[in-house]
Design a protein around this ligand. Sequence first.
Ligand code: GTP
Length: 314
Amino acid sequence: MTDQSSPFPDANEAPTPGETHSGFVAIVGKPNVGKSTLLNAFLNTKVAPTSPRPQTTRRGVRGIHSTDTHQIVFVDTPGLHKPKDALGKYMNQEVHSALSDVDVILWVVDLRHPPTDEDQLVARQVRELPKPLFLIGNKTDAAKYPGEAMKLYRALLEGRTAETQETMLSAQNSPDAVGTLREQILDALPENPFFYPRGAASDQSREQWAAEIIREEAMKKLRDELPYAVATRVNRWTEREDGLQRIEGEIVVEKNAHKGMVIGAGGKQLREIGQAARKQLEVFLNRKVFLGLEVIVIPGWREDEEALRELGYE
Ligand SMILES: Nc1nc2c(ncn2[C@@H]2O[C@H](COP(=O)(O)OP(=O)(O)OP(=O)(O)O)[C@@H](O)[C@H]2O)c(=O)[nH]1
């Protein structure tokens, strides 16, 4: 097992009375820069799916960090990109609504590369917003010229008048820097009552969380366009007396032809996805898990508003 904590601790503790600071903090940036990795590092647990593939995050997942007097509600957002379908539009809307609702913005960039059009798209969204902004240069461990890259990203904010701070770090490999940044964010929070009980780590149900872990593993294993054509959901979750968690989930694809591609020869690929997801679930739940997975077809779900809603993208 690991030293990571469960994303589902006892969430019923009462909020602290008296003077408290709390607020919503959006993590924005183009796809694949490390937003979800940073969120998980802030919380030292796993609330959001991460993968080497762009556009892994689809929902604005909330992760919560509380001290005695301060509470940050992080809102992880999908990478801002040029949308190709209704799902893509939904993902960009998630970013816009997150930006309008939050108190603080974290803009994450990938220092291995200079800015692209997609970074400019994000910069345009955040530049004029009169809210504290942190420009976070990520992946310093793998960047050749981090300082030079940071200059180019900073230049995209030229003309911005509201409070701006910046930091360079590796979300994956520098827990100390992530901890320091978290302290700085705490200082930027307005005076507010707590929004969530102090023990809460996420606003997702355990079923949504597990479905995202299954999708993460499916996205890592599937090839070509297929990762973007799958959705996942968990329909049943029962606990046996001996603690075993029995979880039944579905991988949803758009076409019959995709079904076989997900299942693989002799069911090998589906088995591998299931095993990898089960391992992750066991680590984070600290319980034995039985994971049953089925592949079903909902024709053209990515373009179907009703199917999107049914799958939780609303
Ligand atoms: N070398 C290195 N890789 C990192 C770091 N942080 C994240 N990554 C990798 O970058 C990839 C993308 O990470 P995610 O956290 O899924 O990125 P994201 O911005 O949430 O992606 P979207 O869901 O597409 O918006 C993964 O393969 C991570 O392991 C880092 O500090 N250093």
